[in-house]
Design a protein around this ligand. Sequence first.
Ligand code: FES
Length: 75
Amino acid sequence: KRLVLVKAEAQAINPEIRKTEAKVVDSVVVTELSKPLTAYCRCWRSGTFPLCDGSHVKHNKATGDNVGPLLLKKQ
Ligand code: FES
């Protein structure tokens, strides 16, 4: 038997939410954070998941998607 590997086609992971925006980014302001800004991945592509490492940029270019991180900002 031969094993045939098929490369998965890049696909968007956001089918309908806020598609008129170039990139969906939300912010939450909290009063107690150790760092002034923390970005959490929502594209499931980050090499440092759950933190965003910017991998969403490559994903968006490859798929036409518009995903971005959740930003936690220290007030
Ligand atoms: Fe996933 Fe940035 S790497 S949102």
